[in-house]
Write a protein that binds this ligand. Structure first.
Ligand code: BJW
Ligand code: ZN
Length: 244
């Protein structure tokens, strides 16, 4: 039996990272100079940072939410949507570490945002989650923090370091029954996402990695395809169309 073959009986789990959005113009986290959108990650992506300086953290997320409006999905996002349409959403689970909405805009369904979403905010008191495209700090009231109707402080609906990623039970179940695991554009250093490859290997899934540069864990993939996701993924998906 050819384990690599994907067909209508396959159960595929795809994990994407910042690299898949890079060609859309969204900066990755670890590719550049250690500064991420000119911020140090520990100054903006921890609960302690938010407690220490909520204005700074809100400014950072306002800036990224604004930037999201200026970018569009690239051929890699579209290729994944095409693959999901071929297999059906119940046979292709798309898990992203990205907080942008480019998978949805590219046509993918039921996307799992394990690290949260830029376009959502959450009340720290009543936990209500709200969709928002607006700035949370208005220019003229830059010192005023956004609050919920209940009076609680609002925070970005983002998973910061030390916090539990979302939908972990659902993800574990999907990993436990997958036949194929595909990681795209992720450096494989942030857990628990970095451990999904090992889990998939343990249950005997065929594993494929797509990345611009070989990440630290690239030898663990059954197949590793190096290059830009926007070029490699559409080619690969088109080659599968013949099989399904
Ligand atoms: C291309 C390309 C192109 C470029 N085509 N490819 C010590 C040991 C082990 C674990 C820990 C530890 N200390 C702490 C931990 C846990 C910690 C962790 O893993 N830290 C490591 C850094 C060491 N993890 C956590 O805290 C997580 N929670 C957790 O573990 O909970 C359990 C728990 C909780 C409470 C009590 C007890 C246990 C939470 C992690 C949250 C991550 N949050 C962030 C920021 C928030 C989102 C935001 O604001 O945007 O999520 S960090 C950041 O990294 C972001 C990303 O989703 C995440 C992953 O990055 P990603 O996507 O891999 O991006 P890059 O930039 O690293 O890589 C891009 C890749 O693409 C590169 O390889 C390029 O080559 C490639 N590329 N262009 C294809 N065109
Ligand atoms: Zn509230």
């Amino acid at each position: 039996m050819d384990r690599s073959k994907i067909d209508q009986h396959s159960r595929v789990v795809v994990l994407t990272g910042a690299g898949i959005s890079a060609e859309s113009g969204v900066k990755t986290f670890r590719d550049n100079d250690g500064l991420w959108e000119n911020y140090r990650i520990e100054d903006v992506a921890t609960p302690e940072a938010f407690r220490r300086d909520p204005q700074l953290v809100w400014r950072f997320y306002d800036q990224r939410r604004k930037q999201l409006k200026t970018v569009a999905p690239n051929p890699a996002h579209h290729a994944l949507a095409q693959l999901q349409a071929m297999l059906g959403p119940e046979r292709l689970t798309l898990i992203t570490q990205n907080v942008d909405d480019l998978h949805e805009r590219g046509g993918s369904k039921a996307v799992i945002h394990m690290h949260g979403e830029l376009l959502k905010v959450r009340c720290t008191r009543c936990r209500t989650i709200t969709h928002t495209e607006a700035d949370m700090l208005s220019d003229d009231q830059a010192e005023t923090l956004p609050h919920c109707e209940c009076g609680g402080l609002l925070r970005p609906h983002i998973v910061w370091f030390g916090e539990m990623p979302f939908e972990m039970d659902f993800i574990q179940n999907k990993l436990a029954e997958c036949t194929h695991f595909i990681a795209i554009g992720t450096s494989g250093v942030v857990y628990p996402a970095a451990g999904f490859l090992q889990i998939a290997r343990q249950i005997g899934a065929y594993t494929i990695g797509f990345n611009l540069e070989p990440p630290e864990n690239h030898r663990l993939f059954d197949q590793f395809i190096q290059g830009k996701a926007g070029q490699q993924l559409p080619q690969w998906v088109n080659s599968l169309a013949l099989q399904v």
